[in-house]
Structure formats: C-alpha cells, structure tokens
Design a protein around this ligand. Structure first.
Ligand code: MOS
Length: 771
C-alpha cells in the first residue's frame, strides 16, 4: 500500500468518525434497507424497455390531440438589428394554413424569470419572445406558421420573406474580447479562485508547463428532436414536452403567460435524450402563444436545423493551463484561466475550472473564467458543463508535465492526490481515485505503454496509450419531495416530479424502493414526468438520483410512522418506534428481531383502510456543507493513428469509476459508456461551425456535425470501486456526467503517445496531425 493510499484511508476513517454529525437519512449504511431481494446494484433491464421496443411509449410529439395543428418556425438570417419588412401573405394563403404569427399579432407575454444562472428554465435568455421587431441572434424566430399538416406548415414557412435593418453586431471571438470581458459567475458563485501567489510560484518552479488549450462550440444532438404537443383548456395550459425539469417549466410558463402555476400542467413521460438542453426554449412558448390565438392544440417539432437555431449549445473555450512542479512531481502552482463566450442576455459561462478546484494538491492556485459577449443564441448546459472541456486543458497539461519530468502520468497524478479539498479545506466524503487508477491500469495493461512517444508501430498505424482523471461534483438541489400510496394489496406507488431521459431512473429507483419497502419489483410503480406530482426535481447536474433517493427516504419514514399508528396495540409491532422497523416480505418487521412482523395488507385490513397516502419533503442538502463530494474516474485510452492519412481510431477504452454505490450495474455501465462515446466525439469530431462574419451556425445537421457512429466506438471496458459514500442518499453519487469528463484528454494524451504530436485544439481532426 502506497503512502498516498495510507493517507486516504486515514482521511476516510476521520470522515466516518465525523459522520454522525451530518448523517442524513438514507445515507449509507441505511439501516432501513434490509437488502432482502438483492435488488440494489442488480443489472436489471430498463422497465420502460419493452414499451419503447414495441413503439408503445408516447414521446412528446407523439401525443395526438383532437383538432391539432402543426407548427413550423421561420428564422432570422442576421444576428442583430430589426425586421424592416415581413411578408406573410403568401404563407397565409398557402394550403392548410390556419395561422401565421409574428411580432405583429403575438399575444402579450412577459419575459421568462431567471432560473439559476440561466433564464428560461435552464437554458436561454431573458428576452421577451416575439414581442417586437428586434433580432438578437442569427436564427432568432421571426414567424410561426400553424397548418393542418406538418408538410403544409413547412411549405408555408418557406414563403415568408423578411428584410432587415441590420445593426453592427459582435460575432467574432476577437471582437467580443476587444469589447472587454467580465468575470464569470455560475449559479450565483463567482468562477474565480485565488490561493497564494500562483504566478510567483510558477516562475520559481524548477519544472513547468504553460500552454493554451481551445475547444470549439458544441451543439446538442439528442436523437429525439426538441418538441411539444400542447393545448389550452380555457385559461389552463397543458404541455406534453420532452423535459428535464417539468416543475420548473410549469412555473416559468405560468410567469410568461401571467397564470397561476397550478394552471400549467407539464408532462414528460419519456425523453429521447437531453444532455442538458431539454429545457424551456422559445419553441414551446411560441407554440403555446399560437395555440391560444388559433384556439387549436398545437404540435411543434423542431427540425434538426431548428434545434441549432433556437436551442443553445456549449460555448467555445480558450484555456490557459500552467503547472509549476518540483522534480518529484509535486505541484507548487496551478493556473487555469481563460475565456468563454455568451449571448448578451444569457448567463451560462461554461465553468471549466470546476474540476480543477478539487483535483490536485497545489499550494498556489489561480482559477478564473472570463466571459466575452456576442450577438448569438444563448448557451446552455451540455453534459458536464465545465468539466467536459475544462478537464481537456487540465489533464492534457498534467500529461505534458509528466512527459517533461519523466514520471509516469498515472504516478504523477497519484503523487498530487489532495488529502482534503484544496480550495474549501473540507474533507472528501469518499474519494478513491487511487484505487480506481490501480484497478484500471492493471486491467488495461498500462504497464505495456511506451514512455517515449512514437515508438509503437503496426504497419502504417502508430499506436499509443493515454490516461486522464475525471471528477464531477455531487449535488443535491433543495425542493425534493415524494408521495407514497400503499394499497391494501401491498402495491406501492411512489410519485415524484422527476424525469426519465433513458438513463434508467425509473428502473434504478424502483429497485431501491422495492428493497426499502420489502417488496418485489412488480409490487412497485414509480410515477414521474408530471408537474402535478410532488417535488421540484431537476434531471441535471447528475443530482436526480440523490434528490429522488432523499425524497423517497423521507416519505418512507412518514409511511412507517403512519403504519405503526394504524397497526395499533393488537399488532406484533405494537409499541415500536419508526427507527426500529424496516420493510420485509411486503410488511414491516423489527430490525433486530424480524419475527416481530406484520404484513402491509394485514395492517390495512385491520384498520379498515383501502390505502395509506403519505407525502414528505427531502431534508435540505446539508451534506454539501460538511463534505467535499465528487464522482471520480480514471480513464485509459488506446489509439491508432494512421501515419499516412492522420486518421485516428480509438481502439480501446477503459473507464474505472468511483461514484459511490452503483444502484443498477447495467444502466450505470450504460451511462458511463454513453458519456465516453460522447467524449470520443468531443475529442475527435464534434465542432459547431460558427461563421464569425454573420454569427450563423453553418453545419446544423448530423451530416455536417459529426457525432460518433458505431464504427468510431470500440469495446468500452467499465469497472467501478463500488465503495458506498457514507454521506450520499443510498451511498450513491451521480453517474450521468462523470462519463464524458476527462475523455477528451485521455484521447489527446494517447494521440501524443502514439505520434509525439501534442494537439491542444479540439477536435483532433486528421489535418492537425498531418502538419
Ligand atoms: Mo446536465 S448538462 O446538468 O443535464
């Protein structure tokens, strides 16, 4: 056992000793879970799988409403100015057209209120929607057509003609920076960290790297296009949407239309991929406004191009990373600063320093994100906002330093493992990166890597290996709540305004609920995806699992208390307190004396009840104040780079994860693999081409924006530590966004090891390797 491992064990022991102070209900160990059926962690296939395979799952734009019309949008072709003329006659007269809505006839709507750092419910801006003739980005919607069929709407929208009074806009990075930058702020937190004097420490360090890394704009390309089917019932608005945040959306739509929150009902039973972008954007607001004018239900499904025009993506980044180190590899200075871009009315500064804050022990740090504004569509969250691109700079720089020092890059990282959070000073709740590295390196065959780059050749292919670390913070947002209905036959329905985007939420949570209540999977229904259900739960920040878990734990406690009351004095459970009992065999038992037992059915029958209903709120996320909590990964990549064409193929990839307890081995592995696949795209192909002269996105299609396809993705090996986090509900930290984090660097570092070429500009396309 290395010194570092020893130290980590000591830290863990200290953490466990302190645990009772901040132990939260449902943490690990959770005495109320008896693990009777062995469901927690089991690789259970997704319970929504059969419906999806049969085509029986109704997605947002598959709802059919009586008398429904179809929408299409027209987009501006300038970035800034005013609409001078807008000809809609031909569109209005086109076959099947029911309505053409422009700023001239759109109903009065208020701007969306700010939510977190980004207005319009996790994305977008605070601009009024279609209230005047002003244009704020190239692609700004200028008209909505409603028609009897989608084809008629698409045709009619092509007949709309606009001219503009163009104003000088800012559409290039250089011009945006020349206007001056402002300090970045993410969710109310400044994105600046200064500890000691990093520049002085860097200057004094005997070994150093100091380089600039750049990443391009990215756009979301969920298979399911953004869309909604919606209708008004009197003054009530019903929206079937594809959403990561139904409750936030209902609230925001109510504000926009001047309604009470209860008058808006948002459902989202299935989401065909979100990646951070399935929030409220202009298209739902425009469709709702048009539906009100036309007094018809509306289905709006954006075209692929439409998604690029009205749904924001990830900003470009320019990052300086500098590390100063001693000969033994220990970091004295860590500098990670740079610039991102944002729209004028949007605040989503890709927080690329977040992972750096807790990554390495360095006595001196300077971290800073600055924002340059331009006339462009609002940015939004994209899987691991900040970490996905920030770790490209950081983890490439660590690799460059390892190369200069002649220290193995895995070893260099381990030597700089912090004992506590380097910026907050908090102890880690659970951090097992070293274990993840050791296990991953062994399985991957890391010892076969040639330390000198360009040494391994197989015909015309250069072969190399690289590694990188990923970290993603554990979050649990306040506002979680759940309702449990226990029927007299013992069936339980747990309801919560949560979301299933295909990641397995409903399956994994059903497993935990069944185990918690002593039931089988088929005795549990998990109801979600509806703003009328309890709780304000966001499927974002990889925090939904913890949020639901804490809510269900609270509701379960309420249920147990209620059942003990109903059980009364004639029950074997008479006189027991809620903390003394747990679920077993569709009933309750005394935890340390399971023979004291009564089934749910028996308790309800004696009490002459058809059902018991309880609802409770999750406790506030106090664990975040006591502990530095993160998911972690150690990533290993092997690439083959063609010496003749420069083509890179990722030939092997291994992700070794440390995310606390894994609740479902199959869906978690799938999350990790999906993240890694997205990371391979980030490394090698994904790039939004933004015309800096006009501010227009020039490749708004899957033909020209390249995401990985099957042939681009090798076998991906996944392993995990499965060490439960003592301070997270169910012992589980997030598994959603950690998957992509660090992958770009692992690929770039492998390419360096194969070729000796250090490419610091993503994506690493073959032209960059041919020079
Ligand atoms: Mo994630 S980008 O917070 O949906």
């Amino acid at each position: 056992m290395s010194v570092i491992q020893d130290t980590l064990q000591t830290v863990m022991k200290k953490a466990l000793a302190l645990a009772p102070d901040s132990w939260i209900p449902g943490g690990n160990p959770d005495p109320l879970i008896r693990h009777q059926h062995g469901l927690i962690g089991a690789p259970i296939s997704r319970i929504d799988g059969p419906q999806k395979v049969r085509g029986a799952a109704t997605f947002a734009t598959e709802f059919v409403l009586d008398n429904m019309v179809y929408a299409a949008l027209a987009f501006s072709t300038i970035a800034r100015g005013r609409i001078a003329t807008l000809e809609t006659d031909a569109a209005e007269k086109a076959p099947g057209v029911v309505l053409v809505m422009t700023y001239r006839n759109a109903p009065k709507m208020k701007p969306a209120p700010v939510f977190m750092s980004a207005p319009k419910a996790a994305g977008g801006d605070d601009l009024p929607v279609m209230q005047d003739d002003s244009i704020h980005w190239n692609g700004h919607p200028i008209a909505v057509v409603l028609a009897e069929t989608q084809e008629q709407a698409d045709h009619a929208v092509s007949l709309i003609r606009a001219t503009y009074e163009e104003l000088p806009g800012t559409t290039s990075l250089a011009a945006a920076k020349a206007k001056g930058v402002k300090p970045g702020n993410f969710g109310g937190q400044p994105l600046q960290t200064v500890i000691g004097d990093a520049e002085a420490a860097l200057a004094a360090a005997p070994h150093k790297v100091d380089a600039v890394y750049t990443t391009p704009r990215h756009n979301h390309n969920a298979i399911e296009l953004h869309g909604a089917t919606l209708m008004w019932q009197g003054d009530d608005l019903i929206v079937h949407d594809a959403s990561q945040l139904v409750a936030h959306e209902a609230f925001t739509l109510a504000q926009v239309f001047g309604l009470d929150e209860k008058q808006v009902h948002v459902t989202s039973p299935y989401v065909g991929g979100g990646f951070g972008a399935k929030g409220l954007w202009d298209h739902q607001i425009l469709a709702a406004a048009a539906a009100r004018l036309a007094q018809r239900p509306v289905r709006i499904m954006l075209s692929r191009e439409g998604v690029y025009r009205v749904v924001g993506g990830r900003t470009l980044t320019e990052q300086r990373v500098a590390i100063g180190a001693q000969a033994d590899g220990r970091f004295d200075a860590l500098i990670h600063t740079g610039t991102v871009v944002s729209g004028e009315h949007n605040n989503m500064p890709e927080p690329f320093i977040l992972a750096t804050r807790g990554a390495y022990a360095a006595a001196n740090m300077h971290l800073d994100v600055e924002v340059a504004t331009m006339d462009m569509l609002a940015n939004t969250f994209m899987r691991a906002p900040g970490e996905a691109v920030g770790t490209f700079g950081l983890e490439c720089a660590v690799d460059e330093l390892a190369d200069r020092l002649g220290i193995d890059p895995v070893e260099l990282r381990i030597r700089n493992e912090p004992e506590k959070d380097p910026t907050t000073g908090l102890l880690f709740s659970s951090r097992n990166i070293v274990e993840a590295y050791r296990a991953g390196a062994e399985r991957f065959g890391w010892s076969k890597r040639a330390a000198q780059p360009g040494q391994q050749r197989d015909g015309e292919w250069l072969v190399g290996m690289g590694c990188a670390t990923g970290t993603y913070p554990y979050y649990r947002m306040p506002g979680g709540a759940a309702r449990i209905v226990l029927a007299k036959d013992g069936h339980v329905t747990v309801s919560i305004a949560a979301h299933e985007m295909g990641m397995g939420t409903a399956t994994a949570q059903s497993q935990v609920i069944a185990e918690r209540l002593g039931l089988t999977m088929d005795q549990v229904t998990f109801a979600y995806g509806d703003s009328d259900l309890p709780g304000v739960v966001l499927a974002g920040g990889s925090q939904q699992t913890a949020s639901i878990g804490a809510s269900v734990t609270a509701a379960h406690r309420a249920l147990v208390a209620e059942l003990l009351k109903l059980a009364g004095n004639d029950s074997p459970l008479a006189g027991l307190k809620p903390d003394e009992v747990g679920g077993l065999n569709a009933g309750l038992c005394k935890l340390d004396e399971p023979d004291l037992y009564e089934s749910y059915a028996s308790i309800l029958a004696r009490a002459q009840r058809d059902a018991v209903t309880v609802e409770a709120e999750a406790p506030p996320p106090l664990e975040l104040m006591h502990w530095s909590m993160h998911s972690h990964s150690a990533l290993f990549c092997e690439v083959r780079v063609n010496a003749v064409t420069g083509e890179t193929r990722v030939s092997r990839f291994l992700g070794s994860f440390d995310c606390g307890r894994i609740l479902n081995a199959k869906t978690a592995a799938s999350q990790f693999r999906g993240g890694i696949i997205m990371g391979i795209g980030l490394a090698l192909t994904e790039e939004t081409l933004f015309d800096e002269r006009t501010g227009r996105i020039m490749n708004p299609s899957l033909a020209e924006y390249h995401v990985p396809v099957h042939l681009d993705v090798p076998e991906i090996d996944i392993l995990w530590t499965d060490i439960p986090d003592p301070h997270a509900p169910m012992g589980a930290r997030g598994v959603g966004e950690i998957g992509i984090t660090g992958v770009g660097a692992a690929v770039a570092n492998a390419i360096y090891n194969a070729t000796g070429k250090r490419i610091r500009d993503l994506p690493i396309t073959l032209d960059k390797l041919m020079g």
